[in-house]
Design a binder for this molecule. Structure first.
Ligand SMILES: NC(=O)c1ccc[n+]([C@@H]2O[C@H](COP(=O)([O-])OP(=O)(O)OC[C@H]3O[C@@H](n4cnc5c(N)ncnc54)[C@H](O)[C@@H]3O)[C@@H](O)[C@H]2O)c1
Ligand SMILES: [Zn+2]
Length: 357
């Protein structure tokens, strides 16, 4: 317990805490009892995570006298769909899940987003507790209250803001996450440092080997610092107000290009890998148009290369197809505008002239 770190998310009445540490899934029942004292809960998870961790969670809940049922979805982004949400609503209806019964989202970002969305909408909103098991979920998806499913017109187009009542992150789960997903998620950690915290960039350069070796204390500190940064951005601008300087929108750094790389056919990048490429492409804009120091761009790029040596960074010298895709995507949904850093730790809006280059 002693090395558990607590990060508060200060949102007034919606304030909650993120607990990060080892062995926390075993304590889920007792922690939940103190926090919400539920009579029963529904656990939503995916097949991979269920195989590894559902038993631990169910045992912990039952030992605390909390009844529980588990709904399991197939793993993967395709599950963030209307059809899967409907299946979960059917499951909740069948077991008469009422407004006083929390939903426990146990899994990566797919489970977190989908279960969060279902929790936001079932009976106009039931409590959700996020238990992230992937690094992407621990440092990003589980924190901040954005929930979503995908529409054929684009990712995350249907969603709601619904803050969790708690985030409980058991770092032991990361032992079973495959290395590629783990490394990909670290791109989001570098993003947090670049938009908010120069000292954290130094820290990551110094501690990357310990993080990659899954040293428990180092990984706990990494997740905690990411959660602090995301929590402070979210507390400052919960609903991503798009007037004034970029605040929550700064979290989209690397993502405008990143989404284009992610969806270009034939490349097959994970989200974090695409975001790494997206950051390189957007830093190039920052160097050319905002006087972002070239030496800092090179430093960030070499840290990303240490993480993902096989990602082809020359792709980020992006092709016309990528620019075209961004233009098309954004014309439908919103204007093309980038939140990019003009120096490490500070982000500004950049609105390119009609042609981006
Ligand atoms: N809401 C937000 O603010 C936000 C932020 C970032 C990302 N996201 C969303 O998160 C999703 C990506 O999250 P992700 O990368 O976690 O993907 P994911 O949920 O698909 O998980 C990746 C894979 O790892 C498996 N897995 C998860 N935890 C594991 C563990 N401990 N051991 C072994 N296998 C494990 C999963 O079953 C899956 O196969 C995307 O849909 C993205 O849009 C949301
Ligand atoms: Zn992301």
């Amino acid at each position: 317990m002693s090395d558990t770190q607590i990060v508060p998310v200060e949102l007034g009445e919606d304030r909650y805490e993120i607990c990060i540490g080892s062995g926390l899934l075993n304590q889920l029942g007792t922690r939940l009892k103190l926090l919400l004292a539920p009579e029963r809960v529904t656990v939503i998870t995916d097949q991979n995570v269920s195989r590894l961790y559902a038993r631990r969670v169910v045992d912990s809940l039952e030992a605390a006298g909390i009844g529980c049922k588990t709904l399991t979805i197939p793993p993967g982004e395709a599950s963030k769909s209307w059809e899967m949400a409907k299946r979960l609503y059917d499951g909740l209806a069948e077991r008469r899940h009422t407004r006083t019964h929390p939903i426990i989202a146990l899994g990566g970002g797919v489970v977190g987003d989908l279960a969060g969305f279902v929790a936001a909408t079932w009976m106009r909103g039931v409590p959700v507790v996020q238990c992230p098991t992937s690094l992407e979920a621990a440092i990003d998806a589980a924190v901040g209250g954005k929930t979503a499913i995908n529409h054929e017109a684009g990712k995350n187009l249907i969603g709601a803001f619904h803050q969790p009542r708690a985030v409980i992150c058991d770092v032991d789960c990361l032992q079973t996450l495959d290395a590629r997903h783990f490394r990909a998620a670290l791109a989001e950690s570098i993003k947090h440092a670049v938009i908010r915290d120069p000292a954290f960039l130094d820290w990551q350069e110094a501690h990357l080997d310990g993080v990659l070796a899954l040293e428990q204390g180092t990984v706990t500190s990494l997740i905690a610092r990411n959660c602090e940064i995301k929590a402070s951005v979210v507390a400052d601008d919960e609903r991503e107000v798009l007037t004034g300087p970029p605040r929550r929108a700064a979290l989209n750094f690397g993502h405008t290009f990143g989404h284009a790389f992610e969806t270009l056919p034939g490349i097959g990048l994970l989200h974090g890998e695409a975001v790494a490429l997206g950051m390189v492409a957007e830093l190039d804009l920052a160097v050319r148009h905002l006087k972002f120091p070239e030496a800092d761009r090179d430093r960030i790029e070499s840290l990303l290369r240490r993480l993902q040596p096989t990602v082809k960074y020359d792709l980020a010298a992006a092709s016309d197809a990528v620019f075209e895709k961004i233009r098309l995507d954004k014309k439908v949904i919103s204007g093309v505008r980038f939140a990019i850093p003009d120096r490490i730790g500070q982000t500004v809006w950049f609105e390119p002239a009609p042609r981006i280059r």
